[in-house]
Design a protein around this ligand. Structure first.
Ligand SMILES: C[S@@+](CC[C@H](N)C(=O)[O-])C[C@H]1O[C@@H](n2cnc3c(N)ncnc32)[C@H](O)[C@@H]1O
Length: 371
């Protein structure tokens, strides 16, 4: 922030002196500009937003219109995490240490448990979420079988796009994996924030370690925006709105994403080739980048991923038991209906409603590896 303020002050100074404005005026104007820099920073908004989000119970979650999409996203993260942990073990690491960057309320704790990791550092900007994450972890430990060894964990509240986690983490070891799920797009507000977030993700990785994550695909967002006459697109389940179109800066390209009628805080386009370029500075090589649809098509071919999908209820049965689908509109399931009509298809099939699929298919999944 200090560096940014100073840079802005210099810019304003140079410009104003050029116009013949006195030093006294410049001081006043610099104060205004600095206040603006603070107000325009979205970190506090992000923290407030996530701190206020209520943790809804299992029952409320299961009645949501986007329950299958949420389960699908969780399945996808489970597959990603499981496969990366397998690779870490194949590489010879037996004691696996993980950084969950933007851990939220701890939605991935069970995945880390299933993956048999040794140590987990959870960091998030929202203190309430970090507290809930810690409580969930304590609860999980308490309820575990006496001879199951649960990983040790640390919990840190920090703006990971501004503060260096290396100064806050107590355990001194390097990480095998950094996982950043549905988080990175908040940091693309400006270069400095994106840079700090990336440093936190990659600096403490062991050679051979992985940086994995999920984030909206900028190409997909812009493709859909350019296809409308409007500045907004979406359906009953999600809405994306941009302030303008035609020109898209590399950093600070803001849009709003609301899901299931919850208006989210502003997000920023992550232009992936730029992220890939920035990551090279940390010796990170892109190993895989796939849209959710591509990832799904590849992974669902494997029996164990498919049976996990059933277990996690990550697809809706079509036709549903009792005939009542999750979204009450037959056009939401045209694609499933058509598929069912094909020769040899055994009923019921697994599907997502059209609206949920349109939302889920905005995202991409990535894996970087440290050289
Ligand atoms: C959509 S949630 C995802 C939570 C979790 N990773 C998951 O997959 O369930 C985004 C999370 O990113 C966190 N976040 C956003 N900006 C952040 C920042 N600058 N530093 C740390 N956490 C941040 C939010 O507080 C929120 O918990």
């Amino acid at each position: 922030m200090e560096g940014l303020k100073r840079k802005r002050e210099e810019e304003v100074n140079n410009r104003l002196h050029g116009y013949g404005v006195s030093d006294e005026h410049v001081v006043c104007l610099c104060v205004i500009v600095c206040v603006c820099v603070q107000v325009c920073d979205h970190s506090a908004k992000v923290a407030r937003h996530y701190n206020c989000l209520q943790e809804v119970g299992l029952q409320a979650r299961s009645q949501s219109r986007i329950v299958f999409m949420r389960n699908f996203n969780n399945w996808l993260k489970s597959v990603l995490i499981g496969e990366v942990l397998d690779q870490v073990r194949e590489g010879g690491s037996q004691q696996v240490s993980v950084l969950d960057l933007g851990c939220g309320k701890g939605g991935d704790l069970l995945k880390w448990r299933r993956g048999g990791i040794t140590h987990l550092v959870c960091a998030d900007i929202a203190a309430v979420s970090v507290d809930q994450c810690q409580s969930r972890y304590e609860e999980m430990k308490k309820k575990s079988h006496f001879n199951e060894k649960i990983f040790s964990a640390e919990f840190i509240t920090a703006d990971c796009s501004k503060e260096l986690l290396s100064e806050k983490i107590q355990s001194s070891q390097l990480f095998d994996v950094c996982s950043c799920q549905f988080v990175f797009h908040y940091s693309f507000e400006n270069e400095q924030k994106a840079e700090t977030m990336l440093k936190n993700a990659c600096d403490q990785l062991k050679p051979g370690g992985f940086f994995i994550g999920t984030t909206p695909d900028a190409f997909e967002l812009i493709k859909r925006l350019e296809a409308t006459d409007d500045l907004t697109f979406g359906n009953d389940v999600f809405q994306v709105s941009f302030p303008s179109k035609g020109s898209y800066p590399l950093f600070g390209c803001q849009y709003h994403f609301s899901l299931d009628q919850v208006v989210n805080v502003p997000e920023f386009l992550v232009y992936f080739p730029l992220l890939e370029h920035m990551a090279k500075r940390y010796n990170m090589r892109l190993v895989m980048k796939q849209r959710f649809s591509e990832f799904f098509e590849e992974k669902v071919k494997k029996d164990h991923h498919r049976s996990l999908m059933m277990k996690m209820n990550a697809m809706e049965s079509f036709p549903a038991d009792g005939g009542c689908q999750n979204i009450d509109s037959s056009s939401e399931y045209d694609h499933a209906q058509e598929h069912c009509g094909r020769e040899g298809v055994k009923l019921p099939v697994g599907t997502l409603s059209r609206s949920e699929w349109e939302a889920a298919s905005i995202y991409l999944v990535f894996v970087f590896q440290k050289l």
